[in-house]
Design a binder for this molecule. Structure first.
Ligand SMILES: *Cc1c(COP(=O)(O)O)cnc(C)c1O
Length: 236
């Protein structure tokens, strides 16, 4: 068994025990393997071991990978998630190649993704990126902006609003992690009451996965613990 495959099995079992520990249903949390900067070969190993959800952060790199696997390994049926910042001049590539986008935080981006989604593809599944309290990053919406943008997206036929995503501040104590995730989960519940298609919370990474799962995460995003450390030397 390859080490990538072993890592995925280890994380999957950690997810299972976290689900069990806090009384969540089995398989209610999905693992998104974050493969940014990693070669196709690494993705292939994971996919041939049965893993299907992959996340990419950089548009051009992501598009190259999607095209490679569509052409050479359609049987692996990979579901591609875009989880990086989106500049509005790059929306077309995202609309044409990805199944999910986790990082919508502007009306303009949503509108362009809708307009550029090719006919015949299913609606793009979208999450709004939220800035929970205490978050250091400047990107992400506050609660009021979430409802405004959700209203717009609910009227766009080629986008399907599925929920919320956050990248919380890098805190290590469990209670602070849990507090930030619980806030996001409460916001998702309010949104779900208005938009029944909302069922997804993309939250939790290597250092805060357990707290995210306790708070109700449905997708955890893990890169390094699966593929090893990243080398950014070739990234501009
Ligand atoms: C890179 C990245 C991850 C994965 O981070 P690791 O530390 O490698 O596990 C998760 N979410 C987002 C948005 C990322 O950009």
């Amino acid at each position: 068994m390859s080490s990538i495959q072993q890592n995925i099995e280890l994380i999957t079992s950690q997810i299972k025990s976290a689900e069990q520990k806090c009384g969540r249903a089995r398989d209610s949390v999905q693992l998104l393997a974050v493969s940014k900067t990693k070669p196709n070969q690494a993705i292939l190993e994971a996919a041939q071991a049965g893993h299907q959800l992959f996340g990419e952060n950089y548009v051009q790199e992501g598009v190259d990978k999607v095209q490679f696997f569509n052409q050479n390994h359609p049987e692996l049926a990979i579901e591609w998630h875009f989880i990086g910042p989106i500049q509005s001049n790059k929306t077309r590539h995202v609309a044409e190649h990805f199944a999910w986008v986790h990082t919508i935080d502007r009306a303009k981006t949503a509108q362009r993704l809708n307009d550029q989604r090719p006919e015949g593809m299913p609606p793009l599944q979208v999450l709004l990126q939220v800035n929970t309290s205490g978050e250091s990053s400047k990107s992400g919406l506050d609660a009021e902006q979430v409802f405004e943008l959700a209203e717009l997206i609910s009227r766009l036929p080629n986008l399907k609003l599925r929920g919320l995503m956050s990248i919380p501040a890098n805190v290590t104590d469990y209670d602070s992690q849990l507090a930030a995730f619980t806030e996001l989960a409460a916001l998702k519940d309010r949104l779900h009451a208005l938009y029944p298609s909302v069922d997804t919370l993309s939250m939790g990474m290597s250092g805060d996965m357990e707290a995210a799962i306790e708070a109700g995460s449905t997708i955890v995003r893990i890169g390094t613990a699966i593929f090893g450390a990243r080398d950014y030397a070739n990234k501009s």
